[in-house]
Design a protein. Structure first.
Length: 487
């Protein structure tokens, strides 16, 4: 067994310390630091073999100017398709050899299924694949592979082991181009005394597969279970070591599963692919917007369509508002899916610019698909929804609005207007109100009747909405409360 040395590691973030302390100086977590024995690198390990360098010869040890290096191979080279065009987009046109990826997600979300389907596509394309599982037997995985319709089973090698050393030996002997380790928490290295799943074990395994990916120019994918706190064990530690981090998670509204790029050295970040689980595994959802809007409440006041970007991918979802006469004297603002402060700001802007008062109504808002709308581009659809609810006037169901709203009621341009409009058009929306500064870009999308505004006052004119809120029946209602103050 290799020599060991003692180190103190934060179980939350994976930071290393030479001494124990009650609080992690890196992430601030309390009582998270434990003592670990880690393998001391041998002289051989400490040789000049840098990661990604492969086998070096003496000439490589001298410093060279950057222009002398061949850029090919970094972020370039032949990509391997995962078999799903949407997943390829999230990965950055598919898998790149020489990269180590981490796929995280809660137990039961479908990580093993997704990766087996990836391997199914890669093996069908003639690539040698290796699936290493510390959780399931060969019979189980074989039965699942058949159910998933994977045909090139000869090309797909399987190894059930919990030993890192055995796993690495299999990577050598099978000469696989793509290796999946399911999961990083179930493997352990003999060189380390702590149990499988601890930070020092996970780090050791990750380092070994990183070396294997770089020196053999293979694609290595580690599956990581997400802990109760919602993080892969030692998240910051692992995320820094790997080339890409992808999370597989339930869409907030349930039903769909999302593959989300969190970090990607060789591709785009924050891209999202939508999947759904069926009896024969995961299926890509090609038009999630239509599905998100399927049950939209048409001709109902307070319902607006929002086009939000996840990475460069536009998604459409429904935003809903409801206003109710407040009887308590303390108007409520109950908000889901957007920041409550943002709704308060928009209410204040409406009050100031359009002179409608929300001071004696309760306001309830939610995003129908369960998405979180963080983008400024959602300001205008949220504001339109609030106004529509207050006036009890439905927003036309063929209309989409987008834009950032400033405190003076001015409407500012937003990025990705073309992509948002094209997505809207795909679900049959044929009218859009866009910020004036985006009109030129918007005009490039055919088939949508465009109107542009630079202030929210123009919005009300375009929608031909009245100057007064509808009076709600109430015994104690003060007739002057919704008075039009001259808008
Ligand atoms: P799994 O991939 O094992 O999840 P993870 O590896 O993330 O823990 O599978 C998750 C669930 O998917 C499991 O409850 C069974 C279900 N499932 C289907 O509904 N259809 C299928 O074809 C397969 C293979 C699994
Ligand atoms: Mg699994």
């Amino acid at each position: 067994m290799a020599k060991t040395t003692t180190t103190f590691v934060c179980q939350e973030c994976g930071a290393n310390f030479t001494k124990w302390s009650g609080k992690c100086f890196d992430c601030g977590a309390w009582n998270s630091i434990s003592e670990f024995k880690v393998a001391k690198p041998t002289k051989g390990d400490r040789s000049a073999k840098g990661l990604g360098a492969g086998e070096l010869n003496a000439g490589d040890l001298a410093a060279k100017s950057l222009s002398e290096f061949d850029e090919n191979g970094v972020g370039k080279g032949t990509r391997y398709s995962s078999g799903f065009s949407e997943a390829d987009r999230v990965l950055g046109s598919g898998f790149l050899p020489g990269s180590l990826l981490l796929v995280g997600g809660e137990p039961g979300i479908g990580k093993s299924t997704l990766l087996l389907q990836f391997l199914g596509a890669l093996s069908a394309a003639g690539e040698d694949c290796l699936y290493i599982s510390g959780e399931e037997s060969g019979a189980q995985v074989s039965a699942r592979a058949r159910r998933l319709g994977i045909t090139a089973l000869d090309k797909l090698k399987f190894l059930s082991t919990a030993s890192l050393e055995t796993a690495l030996a299999a990577v050598d002997t099978t000469a696989a181009k793509i290796v999946v380790v399911d999961s990083v928490q179930t493997l352990y290295s003999d060189a380390i005394e702590s149990a499988a799943g601890t930070v020092s074990q996970v780090r050791e395994i990750t380092q070994n597969f990183l070396r294997a990916a770089k020196t053999k120019n293979i694609i290595a994918i580690l599956v990581g279970h997400v802990t109760k706190e919602g993080t892969v064990a030692g998240p910051r530690l692992l995320e820094h070591m790997v080339d890409g981090v992808f999370y597989f998670e339930m869409a907030p509204s349930g039903g769909f599963r999302l593959l989300r790029g969190q970090k990607n050295r060789f591709g785009p970040t924050h891209e999202v692919a939508v999947f759904e689980m069926g009896s024969h595994g995961l299926r890509q959802v090609d038009n999630p917007s239509a599905r998100f809007l399927e049950e939209r409440a048409k001709d109902t006041a307070g319902s607006s369509v929002v086009a939000h970007l996840e990475g460069s991918r536009p998604f459409l979802t429904e935003f809903q508002s409801l206003t109710q006469k407040c009887h308590s004297g303390f108007p409520r603002r109950t908000v889901q899916g957007v920041d409550q402060n943002r709704v308060s700001v928009l209410l204040a802007v409406i009050e100031r610019s359009l002179r409608y008062s929300f001071s004696d109504v309760d306001v309830y808002c939610k995003v129908a698909s369960g998405a979180r709308l963080e983008e400024p581009a959602a300001d205008l659809p949220v504001l339109t929804s609030l106004l529509s609810a207050a006036l009890d006037k439905p927003i036309p169901s063929n209309l989409i609005v987008m834009g950032e709203v400033g405190l003076g009621g001015e409407v500012r341009g937003v990025p990705g207007v073309g992509a948002r409009l094209m997505e809207a058009r795909s679900v049959g929306i044929d009218r859009a109100i866009v910020p004036a500064s985006n009109l030129k870009e918007a005009k490039e999308v055919a088939g949508i009747r465009l109107e542009s505004i630079s202030n929210i006052r123009q919005l009300k004119e375009l929608l031909a909405w009245p100057n007064k809120m509808e009076k709600r029946p109430s015994k104690k209602e003060d007739p002057s409360q919704f008075e039009d103050l001259g808008f």
